[in-house]
Design a protein around this ligand. Sequence first.
Ligand code: SF4
Ligand code: SF4
Length: 433
Amino acid sequence: MGLIEQIRDAGVVGAGGAGFPTDRKLNCKAEVFIVNGIECEPLLRTDRHVMEQNADLIVKTVQEIGAFLEAKRMVIATKEHYEDAVDALQKAAAGTNVELHLSKSFYPAGDEQNLVYCVTGRTVPTGGIPLDVGCVVSNVSTVLNIAEAIKGQPVIEKMVTVGGSVANPVTVSCAIGTPLSKLLEAAGGAVGDCTYIVGGPLMGKMTDDLSQSVTKTTGGLLAIPKGHSLLTKKMQTDRDATLARAVCSQCSMCTQMCPRNAMGLNVQPHKAMRALAWNNHELLGDVNGVFSCCDCGVCTYYACNFGLKPSKAMQQCKASLQKQGVKPVKEVKYDVDGGIENKRIPTERLLHRLDIKRYDVDAPLAGFVEADVVRIPLRMHIGGPDEAVVSQGAHVTKGQLIAKPNGMGANIHASIEGSVSSVTDDYIEIRKG
Ligand code: SF4
Ligand code: SF4
């Protein structure tokens, strides 16, 4: 069986992003293969642990993928201060054709398009993908999942950092479908009355529902005390448009600090704010730049001194344009900003600005979190939900195929052995034993 079929069978999707099916992404030829081990968001620790623990296997797999892509360069990118991971990778890559790219600690260093620019000097056009400039980018956990796929092992486990206001921040592994509450227990529980962020502090989603499951793309669970300013920023309110009208001074600091704008992609959140404020899309000007917003949150969480939410305005504008059928035009509007390096936001400064520096602590590996019941979502990837191929009452073994894509998607496998206790349109629940 070829590499693409092995990846497809194993149900590998992008582990660090929206869950794009990896067999589709890698089914091409590319000049440069970049492995993203940057861990874009602060407070998360999974990438560095994955690299420390599996450096040899990662380098070997990168060579296999690189050979398949016929890549001239294979580059593993990580942050220079992940010293243990860097040591392990340097030893593993010594004497091979795999390069390391060591980045300073800034946000969003792990943004795919930023990474392509930093490694190759090329800018991915608006409406385009890295392959448009000869690159394929995969998260380091995805590469590890590909290594397992080559051995015939499907994706059934995930490594997750549990941090924030918890008794003992940890990084644990667990079966896909494990409830978030189990992970919180492994960290000794929350300290104080908290709301939770699934993912990183900037791009993660808020929830109070810890019965939610770990998916193939979950990277973090952060407990944040209720009332913390970070949560206030994350809340969408129906006053956002009113505030934009009343408070936004059109100073354009959000646009000046936007990392995608600095790459010449004409991303202008201040114009999205005025369009939102006056409910007039014509005020957006050149709409194409809206499609290059990666929702990194720099404009909202760092740039705007008035506490406004230009990134939310951008999301709204993008959704509205998509609803109207507007498609992005592939272009790089301007040259890269000559001052791009000076616009990098040091992670340390971002942590202070978000008032979460106190949570920037080690989250050591703490083993495997067992679950007696897993609820495996049928949608852990871009595309529609999978179709279950097992029924309630069936006995399933660990790693058995339980759902198949219906169009775009990825195979889903049982993450524990047991009996299927429920099959719905949204998930398959399995009980141990
Ligand atoms: S959203 Fe904030 S940073 Fe952007 S233009 Fe308005 S006031 Fe300035
Ligand atoms: S979220 Fe804001 S800073 Fe980030 S790319 Fe979008 S507009 Fe730019």
